[in-house]
Design a binder for this molecule. Structure first.
Ligand SMILES: [Zn+2]
Ligand SMILES: [Zn+2]
Length: 296
């Protein structure tokens, strides 16, 4: 099971009701943070996301609203006597800026902080899942991330038994994809069912992009920025952001199951306008709120 909690859903500046961008994915006892805006560590406390379970942080781009929270979070982890190394993934070229957040005051961390520059492609292999980076279209180099759970193969016991599969043959069949028994060949697909893994795609900050549509094809959840409503479509273009209906068009073209909008401009007190505009284009749309939790 995957549990995802939005920690901050505002863009550029916080509002009374929204913190700066971040969400946490819980998977198999580990917590993975995507972006880390100012105040993320307090939001984690508020919404019950355990910092000591933090395994890695994935940063979309260097803009302060997505990164400044790293400074405080790293120091609290040190106070809590973390010893495990922590990996932080950032667009290649932004490593120094992120390293400065860890080192500017000479704080003693007591654990290793590993900053890795990403290009597109798989950047993290967590065993049962992988995180893949893809290029976004923003005013500075920016990458979105896809959290991709691997497909799970289950043996159909009765069928396997009928075809004579037993003992170590299961492992051999899994590894090789087929096995010879007597005069016949049994293929993995003959005796298994495949449970499709969950796919979550995060695109922020960005214009609507082909790269997002491609990687989000058939995804269970697309989290897309929607800084503005239609009335400010020009501004969205100038500042390299998206409107709610542009984000919805990406969701529709990609054929995702659900769209959640985030990175909401402080000018919108509620998400109602954005939600209404987006739903005209893609029905299954929600506007994120801080604390919104989705299980998949
Ligand atoms: Zn932003
Ligand atoms: Zn930005």
């Amino acid at each position: 099971m995957i549990r995802l909690t939005f920690l901050g859903t505002s863009g550029s500046a916080p509002s009374k009701g929204r913190g700066l961008p971040s969400f946490a994915v819980w998977y198999d006892g580990g917590v993975y943070l995507f972006d880390c805006g100012e105040g993320t560590q307090r939001q984690m406390l508020k919404f019950g996301v355990n910092a000591s379970s933090l395994r890695a942080i994935f940063i979309t781009h260097v803009h302060g609203d997505h990164t400044i929270g790293i400074a405080g979070l790293l120091r609290t982890l040190a106070l809590n006597r973390r010893t495990a190394p922590l990996e932080i993934f950032v667009p290649t070229g932004s490593e120094k800026a992120i390293a400065a957040l860890a080192s500017f005051d000479g704080a003693h961390m007591g654990y290793e902080i590993v900053i890795r520059g990403v290009h597109r492609g798989i950047v993290f292999d967590g065993g049962a899942f992988a995180v893949e980076a893809f290029g976004l279209e923003h005013s500075v180099p920016a990458y979105g991330y896809a959290f991709v759970e691997k497909d799970r193969v289950h043996f159909i016991k009765e069928k396997a038994a009928r075809l004579g599969i037993k003992g170590t043959m299961f492992r051999e069949l899994s590894a090789k994809g087929s096995i010879r028994i007597g005069r016949g060949t049994v293929r993995l697909g003959d005796v298994t069912t495949t449970e499709k893994g969950v796919r979550i795609v995060y695109a922020s900050d960005t214009r609507p992009a082909q790269t997002t549509m491609k990687i989000a094809k058939g995804a269970d959840l697309l989290i897309h920025e929607a800084t503005y409503a239609n009335e400010l479509a020009r501004l969205a273009e100038e500042r390299m952001h998206s409107t709610a209906s542009e984000a919805a068009a990406v969701a529709r073209k990609a054929g995702v199951k659900m769209l959640v909008l985030t990175h909401i401009s402080t000018r919108y007190k509620t998400g109602r306008v954005l939600q209404a505009e987006a739903r005209k284009v893609f029905k299954n749309t929600e506007v994120a709120k801080d604390g919104l939790t989705i299980t998949l």
